[in-house]
Write a new protein. Structure first.
Length: 548
């Protein structure tokens, strides 16, 4: 009996829930069709179907099991089955498409409950609404209106005109603030159709409408996006930002690449995944600017923002200080407004309200990317980057950092190079910063799935060296465990967390979170084992069978 048969049998029967999915990362020598046939023939009792994650990328296959579900699954069981699949079929990795809750968003109080009496999770992360903030304070803070005028005065395309911004989120519904926005390439990767309508049934109904308005809303009403004449490519990739499926996000990135996006904006985050990493890298190789929110409330930057190939955006407030809920640390590239940004809301067709989260910060910066591409012309930018031996992403990030403004007392180790300055960016010579190298201290994002940096920040730098640990194989499960501990216990959702030094972690006041036997046996670093509560014994977790 193959190991995966036993491990998959330990998962919950599907019933009325979503079918379980695994992303199967192939080795270079493996034939996708042969692997698909082998998996299908070996696991017939689970109702398997195997398809490429993208018509143009056969290096990752998606295995869907009609007879099993990962909804509500214990992560240790889900990852254990993945390790068994990888071992049985000789795969590089096999990762569960496990929805993760590591991107909290503000939950408005129930009807009739005063804001001051509502309990918002996690506590200490959120601030109250601020009376008196001008509607356009956020775009003014990044000097977007000045950038619009600069382009007009130079006789160049302004306001992001002609640039296609792919927005990967919960989808859209009709709203007055989005009337007149040109659209292209609409898609829903969850339902596999061209209708990205948000059903407004998830935990964050209307999230996609809010982030879209911050990026591309015309100047006609209360909300003005940072690129109010850009073309929107709405791709419904998630049902909620607190249930992020990394495989679906990877599928959405691939779709945006295939449909010709110029910029990809992701107001979401979770754990690393090989499929996600490949998709981000493919987008960057296709001369697309890729950005993601640093994250909320768990203090340390989440994925995909944490990847080197992705621009990570943290959040600030109207006083140019850190928004208390922003994720932060050496993985942040730049910052933008995130606290009480005005955005379209779905309580009515005309509703506008303040929202907080790095979701809005990254949407603002995605619009700024649109301004820059429109001003210079995308074809010219691609040629200029190639002449300098850079990707478009690398050139844009270099200039974004070099032109960011740093308020007095700015902490670049925590919040990146500074607050984005759209006017300075457009005016900058394309060689700016080339002679200075990085304007940000180096950060530990060098492992294939960038989990070493997470370990260093949440446990300590001495917990990273581990010659026995396969970071790519075990990174997603390890990140899942560490982020769950952060969400449950970290004071970093509050402003006091900023006082902690990078790599200095508070002692966890929690029981050990279950990990698979395979991961427990692979970790050799004593500091990391102690942090996870593993001690000297290797726990026998349910749901996994070790090779004989």
């Amino acid at each position: 009996m193959v190991l995966s048969t036993t491990a998959l049998a330990a998962l919950e029967p599907r019933a009325n829930k979503r079918p379980a999915r695994y992303a199967l990362e192939l080795r270079p020598e493996q034939d996708p069709d042969a692997v698909a046939d082998d998996v299908t023939a070996t696991l017939p009792e689970f109702g398997p179907t195997v398809t490429p994650i993208s018509p143009t990328d056969h290096g990752v296959l998606v295995l869907e099991l009609d007879d099993r579900t990962l909804d509500g699954a214990e992560p240790a069981r889900a990852f254990a089955a993945g390790y068994a699949l990888a071992d049985d079929f000789g795969l590089r990795t096999a990762e569960p498409d496990l929805p993760t809750p590591f991107f909290p968003e503000e939950d408005p109080p129930p009807s009739g409950v005063p804001v001051e009496e509502a309990i918002r999770f996690p506590p200490g992360c959120w601030v109250d609404a601020e009376d008196g903030l001008p509607d356009m304070w956020a775009v003014n803070r990044i000097r977007a209106p000045e950038a619009w005028q600069f382009a007009v005065d130079a006789g160049r395309p302004a306001r992001g005109q002609g640039v296609i911004i792919a927005q990967l989120d919960t989808g859209l519904v009709a709203h007055v603030e989005l009337v007149g926005v040109p659209r292209q390439g609409d898609y829903d990767v969850l339902d596999h159709d061209t209708d990205p309508t948000d059903p407004l049934t998830g935990a964050n109904p209307g999230h996609g409408v809010g982030t879209a308005s911050v990026a591309v809303s015309p100047e006609s009403l209360r909300v003005a996006g940072s690129a109010p004449e850009a073309t929107l490519m709405p791709i419904r990739a998630i049902t909620s930002v607190i249930e992020v499926s990394q495989v679906s996000v990877a599928e959405a990135i691939n779709r945006a690449v295939d449909e010709g996006a110029y910029v990809i904006s992701m107001s979401l985050g979770g754990v690393p995944a090989a499929a996600l990493e490949r998709a981000v890298g493919r987008a960057v190789a296709a001369d697309i600017i890729v950005l993601a929110a640093a994250g909320n409330c768990v203090r340390t930057v989440v994925w995909p923002a944490r990847y080197d190939d992705c621009i990570a955006v943290a959040g600030t407030n109207a006083a140019d200080a850190m928004w208390k809920g922003t994720c932060r640390g050496p993985a942040v590239d730049v910052s933008a407004p995130a606290q009480n940004v005005y955005k379209a809301a779905t309580s009515s067709f005309v509703a506008v309200e303040q929202g907080q989260g790095t979701s809005f910060a990254v949407a603002l910066v995605a619009g700024v990317a649109g301004l820059w591409l429109a001003y210079h012309g995308r074809a010219d930018v691609i040629a200029a980057a190639g002449a300098r031996g850079e990707t478009v992403q690398g050139m844009f990030l270099r200039l974004l950092r070099a032109t960011a403004r740093q308020p007095q007392g700015w902490n670049a180790l925590e919040m990146g190079a500074g607050i984005v300055d759209a006017r300075a960016l457009l005016a900058a010579d394309l060689d700016l910063g080339r002679d200075r190298g990085s304007v940000q201290p180096p950060h530990p994002r060098t492992e294939p799935v960038a989990v070493a940096g997470l370990v260093a920040e949440t446990v300590g730098a001495d917990a990273v060296p581990d010659p026995e640990l396969d970071w790519r194989r075990y990174g997603p499960e390890l990140a899942n465990v560490l982020l769950e501990a952060q969400l449950a216990t970290s004071p970093a959702a509050g402003a006091d967390a900023a006082a902690g030094a990078p790599g200095e972690a508070a002692a966890p006041s929690r029981p050990r979170l279950p990990v698979s036997e395979s991961l427990a046996g692979a970790i050799g670093n004593p500091r990391l084992r102690d942090h996870l509560g593993l001690g000297d014994d290797l726990p026998a977790e349910v749901g996994e069978v070790q090779p004989q």
